[in-house]
Write a protein that binds this ligand. Sequence first.
Ligand code: ADP
Ligand code: MG
Length: 352
Amino acid sequence: IAPREPPKIQRLEESVVNRIAAGEVIQRPVSAVKELVENSLDADSSSISVVVKDGGLKLIQVSDDGHGIRCEDLPILCERHTTSKLTKYEDLFSLSSMGFRGEALASMTYVAHVTVTTITKGQIHGYRVSYRDGVMEHEPKACAAVKGTQIMVENLFYNMIARRKTLQNSADDYGKIVDLLSRMAIHHNNVSFSCRKHGAVKADVHSVVSSSRLDSIRAVYGVSVAKNLIKVEVSSGDSSSSCTFDMEGFISNSNYVAKKTILVLFINDRLVECSALKRAIEIVYAATLPKASKPFLYMSINLPRDHVDINIHPTKKEVSLLNQEIMIEMIQSEVELKLRSANDTRTFQEQK
Ligand code: ADP
Ligand code: MG
């Protein structure tokens, strides 16, 4: 067969490019919630509340009491690559904020209707403005506002029919959002979180500011989890070593029973996933505990900022670490040690 004529290469329209990119950053309602909550944390909020309607497809509303957004910044707020957090590439490796690419809000405006209400310190009124496809739909309007920022994302994926359909059928997104906020709430225990369905009186996540991590875990995951936890700690290397890190956390003991592992993992205060670490710890539990129970684990790892590349994934969900294998091994042996000694104490007490 004769090869067919090569098809003509064309430049995509910018609006198409933006919508495709947006669909990668905002994969599902929970990704929008994560970005919004991280923005609220970056804005030094001490209270963050989330309201969700229809699993997030109809409405996601995140309100905080942070520093707000200046009126003069509102025109470019939702343009792609506008940020207050990064000015040059090198900043990526010294960054303490969650955000850095100035892509989240822009992305949301390409796949949803976004309305921002915000007030900065010392102002007598706030401003409200709606956005579509990166730009303001009208001049900001003066409005009454309390401290901070409220962002409303409505009709998510209204212009991505296939995505909307799959999500409508899955109906699982509210659960994912509750799970996300539960994890955030136990790590950021200096911030109070709440999450509820639109119109519901009762919140499904409700945390208050607490200085004790264990209290936060109790408030969010319940007594049955909190009473069965063992504290774990690993500290390794010094500033000159290439494998320097600190880990601090809580792991469930042999009285805790669950069907699914919950690993709440923060690396440099960023909520991430690490399937290799999860697997390594599950192996320890399976080998150490008689019952086939899966563990609950909360771990916060801190390492030099330049040992983590946070920019490898569009949702920033996975990070790549220097010396990952050694770190996992060290954490694994600490977990094993603590589990064994907790078990030995128990057996000893039972024998007495
Ligand atoms: P990034 O977080 O990567 O900077 P975003 O698109 O998420 O990008 O946000 C753009 C900018 O909008 C932020 O850099 C910040 O200055 C501002 N911003 C967004 N959300 C809030 C908020 N809740 N409170 C204060 N400022 C905010
Ligand atoms: Mg952000």
